[in-house]
Design a binder for this molecule. Structure first.
Ligand SMILES: NC(=O)c1ccc[n+]([C@@H]2O[C@H](COP(=O)([O-])OP(=O)(O)OC[C@H]3O[C@@H](n4cnc5c(N)ncnc54)[C@H](O)[C@@H]3O)[C@@H](O)[C@H]2O)c1
Ligand SMILES: N[C@@H](CC=O)C(=O)O
Length: 479
């Protein structure tokens, strides 16, 4: 069936192959103008309980499918998503606000995880070797952990669901995901297309509702959920880890970041500036791997800031469906939070190198602050907005110390052409991912994830199935 974006707008949660409808609804809004897009049935904890029970039933059959059967279904889902990528991207821009070209990029990126894990489903291999006792053989078998629960944020409403659900289904697990109430439509549209390609009822369930705590509590505390995967802020992640403890779930956490972007004096400034634009302004700065702190060698400070300012000044901001380079932040409140960090930095001595007028709307202007120091809140907190902060350094040791001065450890970026320095500095950066002369680090073939308070577990890559599989050792004796 051919779809436009309207025919991909579903009425509510997708549970056990059924679409939930209810008189209790919530409104999903166009983030560029605040207009309602639709209303959705507002799922309550009992819908979440039902979804988990259905996923547990479906697991009995799904776990016994072959890797090849799961791979074929995932590839069919991938093909369907690609076939409808324009409609999916339109819907994503409407509900999230990012420019249409970025939304299309996200659809391709999310679908890429589904294609990647379709491949991995065929390669879930165990091991066999001699034991240490005469006549014993050790057989190692990988089994799906069971029902997977997931909670995802609003900044990547397609890709964050895709990379968790694809890994779960490839491993032979069933899936219950709750997508953020600000952006539930993309995940439901993905479920609609999964239904069309024949992913069996109960295997993939998407629950949408505004009661984040109530729905989250059911997922994190249900004994039927074997593994819980979360993408979101460190603050909420800390609570959810505690909630998962009572049933000793497998947990993976993709949490906040505070990425340093280090520019050494030997680098090609144009290359660093082009990467800086991507690392900072993708999704208007609302990306966990967005550069948060630009650490620039004092000898290239002026050259870098001037070249960056030229690019930033040319950015257009507006409705993502109308060709703007940058859309709004997710809400007016989000913009006010960014502004509070900026005002605090200015009061503490930072300098506004570039900004534009701001009308208190969600369209926070692209801004460049210089003279930012490591004691300012803006240096130590995730900005999640289109604000560049520049701090200069004079030695490699100082750059490393500044970069590591954070409780986060998700992504870091390093710009230099000195190979010995790359090796030295990278080895000392306490980060799960380091972009070296490259800011486009997200890739289904690569292990995405952080260290320290940015979380644990890896998504994508050949390591990405590990969290969804448990090892059973079988001792073969009696020979
Ligand atoms: N590491 C990554 O891969 C990654 C990716 C995207 C976003 N993030 C992080 O996510 C944050 C931005 O997203 P956000 O503001 O929506 O984060 P958030 O933690 O407030 O919300 C994330 C999700 O959790 C839900 N939630 C909130 N409180 C909850 C609770 N008590 N129980 C259960 N669920 C709850 C929200 O409704 C949303 O669906 C940033 O910190 C960003 O760095 C990290
Ligand atoms: N942008 C991340 C998700 C975090 O916000 C990604 O690239 O996967």
């Amino acid at each position: 069936m051919a779809h436009d974006f309207q025919s991909l707008i579903m009425p509510g949660s997708y549970i056990d192959g059924q679409w939930h409808s209810s008189d209790n609804v919530f409104v999903v809004r166009n983030k560029a103008n605040g207009n309602p897009i639709t209303t959705l049935a507002n799922a309550q904890p009992e819908q979440m309980e039902h979804a988990i029970a259905c996923a547990a039933d479906a697991f009995i059959t799904w776990r016994n499918t072959t890797g090849l059967e799961r791979s074929r279904l995932l590839m069919a889902w991938y093909d369907k998503l690609i076939e409808h990528r324009d409609a999916l991207a339109h819907l994503l821009t409407l509900e999230q606000g990012k420019p249409l070209t970025e939304a299309l990029g996200e659809i391709n990126y999310g679908a890429g995880y589904i294609r990647w894990f379709a491949g991995e489903a065929e390669r879930i291999n165990g091991d066999i070797f001699d034991g240490l006792h005469q006549g014993q053989t050790v057989q190692v078998v990988k089994k799906p952990v069971g029902v997977v629960g997931a909670v995802t944020p609003w900044n990547f409403p397609n890709a964050m669901i895709a990379r968790k659900a694809a890994a779960a289904l490839a491993a032979g697990c069933t899936f219950v995901g709750r997508s953020a109430a600000e952006t539930p439509l993309s995940a439901l549209a993905m479920a609609k297309l999964a239904e069309e390609v024949g992913i069996p009822a109960g295997v993939l369930n998407i629950v949408t509702g505004t009661d984040a705590k109530g729905l989250g509590r059911v997922l994190t505390q249900s004994p039927q959920v074997a593994k819980f995967s979360f993408t979101g802020s460190t603050r909420v992640g800390q609570q959810l880890i505690k909630d998962c403890a009572s049933t000793v779930k497998r947990v993976s956490m993709e949490l906040g970041g505070n990425a340093p972007f280090i520019v050494f004096d030997d680098t090609d400034i144009d290359m660093a500036v082009n990467s800086a634009m991507l690392a900072k302004f993708r999704n208007a700065g609302q990306t966990c791997v967005c550069a948060n702190r630009f650490l620039v060698h004092q000898d290239v400070h002026a050259a870098f800031v001037n070249a960056l300012t030229e690019k930033v000044a040319s950015l257009t901001q507006g409705n993502g469906l109308e060709g703007a380079d940058m859309g709004p932040l997710i809400s007016e409140q989000a913009a006010a939070n960014v502004d509070a960090l900026v005002q605090h930095a200015l009061n503490e001595g930072a300098d506004t190198h570039y900004t534009r007028d701001w009308d208190d709307s969600a369209f926070y202007p692209p801004t460049i602050l210089t003279d930012v120091t490591n004691t300012m809140r803006i240096f130590n907190e995730e900005i999640f907005g289109p604000v560049v902060t520049v701090t200069s350094f004079s030695s490699e040791e100082e750059a490393i110390a500044l970069a590591n001065q954070t409780e986060y450890g998700l992504a870091a970026y390093l710009f230099t052409h000195d190979h010995a320095r790359i090796r030295r500095v990278t080895g000392q950066l306490d980060y799960g991912m380091v972009g070296i002369n490259d800011a486009a680090i997200s890739n289904p073939a690569a292990p995405f994830g952080g260290v320290k308070q940015s979380g644990f577990g890896r998504e994508g890559s050949k390591y990405g199935l590990d969290d969804y599989l448990s090892i059973q050792y079988r001792c073969l004796g009696g020979y």
